[in-house]
Design a binder for this molecule. Sequence first.
Ligand code: SF4
Ligand code: FES
Length: 240
Amino acid sequence: MDKSPIDFTLTLDGRTVEASPGETLLDIARRENTDVPVICYHELTTPNGLCRQCVVEVEGWRVLAPACVTQAAAGMVVHSASPRVLRARRTILEMLAASVDLREATDIQAQIRQYEADPARFIGAKKRGEPVKDDNPFYVRDYEKCIQCWRCVQACADDLQFTYALAIGGRGFESRITTFFEKPMPETTCVFCGNCVAVCPTGALKGKAEFLLEQGLNFDEIRSATRRPKRKRSNAETTE
Ligand code: SF4
Ligand code: FES
């Protein structure tokens, strides 16, 4: 593959590195084997800079820069692991742990350990709480585990499936992933492709068979819960 032209240089953690127009600070960090953690970012969905876990410090900037959406520029001086950056990442993890069920978010759990975040720091914080939505034979939605990374919404829309079954509803703490008009999934445009489940980082979206297995159902019970009985063929069909 042709190497793209190098148009400028910047400084990353004290080293001069090369960069091309359009590259983000996350692109450059990854190329330089510099650890910048991500939560909402996914290679297949459009970055929105939502979680802020990828922040880095750019000298002269008042606020920390989310590396996944910040375009590199000539002469930038970037610090990927300054005390301010590490404190911000730790706090984001602690805030997430305070309000969301992260037990199945293995990547985030690893970051909690790496950044020595204290999941009990905001122990009195209000938890997200709502029953599991189990309205179709293919997958369940457990929004107590949702960190609102929007990956599923984007996978359902212009990034992968162009189906637009998922939407973002509510405001502030009440904001949540939902369907248009809060319809049950079978009444939406969903085609049950599974792309949303595949990009979900927390187990908030889960295949129905896996969910039922965890509930203790056996193979036959899962089969009958996830399949329609076979349609009887008419005499006309069998003699064709
Ligand atoms: S359901 Fe999963 S993919 Fe969708 S916003 Fe929540 S955590 Fe992200
Ligand atoms: S990974 Fe960059 S803002 Fe979430």
